[in-house]
Design a protein around this ligand. Structure first.
Ligand SMILES: CC(C)(COP(=O)(O)OP(=O)(O)OC[C@H]1O[C@@H](n2cnc3c(N)ncnc32)[C@H](O)[C@@H]1OP(=O)(O)O)[C@@H](O)C(=O)NCCC(=O)NCCS
Length: 146
C-alpha cells in the first residue's frame, strides 16, 4: 500500500539518490536537512514499505507556497503518486492565507509542465539561465485559495 508521510532523517540516502537521478539539478545536499529542521511540514515522502518512490519539498516564501522539488521514481510514474504528493503537500498549507502556489520547471520538461497545467497551474514567466547548466525555466503559478 502506498503511504505518504513526513520525511525522516533515515530517508535521506534514498531521497538524495532520487533527487540526483530525476531532477537534473545538483542541489546542495544540506537543503534536505535544513528544510526538515526549519519547515518540516513541507517535506514529505511517498513509500511502498521501505522503498521511497517519490518525495516533495515546499517552503513558505514571501506569502507564497513555493514547491522546490517534486519527484517520482521513473518506474512508478503515471500511477497518481505525483498527484497524491502534490495534494498532500499543498493541503498541509491550506487555509493559512497564502497568495498561491509557485514553482519553476525546466522549459524542456514537457511531462511536468503538462502535469502542472492539468492541476490548475499557469505559466507566467520565462526565466533565462535559471538552472546551473544555463537552461531556462518557466515560472508556474496557481492562485489561492486552493
Ligand atoms: C512530474 C512528475 C512528478 C509526475 O509524477 P507522476 O506520479 O507520474 O504523476 P501522476 O501519475 O499523478 O500524473 C501524471 C500526469 O503527468 C503528466 N505526464 C506525465 N508524463 C507525461 C508524458 N510523458 N507526456 C505527457 N504528460 C505526462 C500528465 O498530465 C499525466 O496525467 P495522465 O496520466 O492523467 O495523462 C514525474 O513525472 C517526475 O518525477 N518527473 C521528474 C521530476 C520532475 O520533473 N519534477 C517536476 C519539476 S519540480
Amino acid at each position: 500500500m502506498l503511504t505518504i508521510r513526513g520525511f525522516r532523517p533515515t530517508d535521506l540516502p534514498q531521497v538524495k539518490r532520487l533527487s540526483d537521478r530525476t531532477l537534473g539539478e545538483p542541489y546542495d545536499p544540506n537543503i534536505f536537512s535544513i528544510i526538515h529542521r526549519t519547515q518540516p511540514e513541507g517535506f514529505i515522502v511517498a513509500c511502498y514499505g521501505d522503498e521511497i518512490v517519490g518525495f516533495a519539498l515546499a517552503v513558505r516564501e514571501e506569502g507564497w507556497l513555493r514547491i522546490l522539488m517534486l519527484s517520482v521514481s521513473e518506474r512508478w510514474r503515471r500511477k497518481g503518486i505525483g498527484s497524491a504528493l502534490l495534494e498532500e503537500i499543498t493541503s498541509r498549507f491550506r487555509g493559512k492565507g497564502l497568495k498561491g502556489i509557485t514553482l519553476e520547471v525546466r522549459v524542456s520538461n514537457h511531462e511536468a509542465i503538462s502535469f502542472y497545467h492539468k492541476r490548475g497551474f499557469a505559466t507566467v514567466e520565462l526565466l533565462h539561465g535559471y538552472y546551473t547548466d544555463g537552461g531556462p525555466a518557466y515560472r508556474m503559478v496557481k492562485m489561492g485559495p486552493w
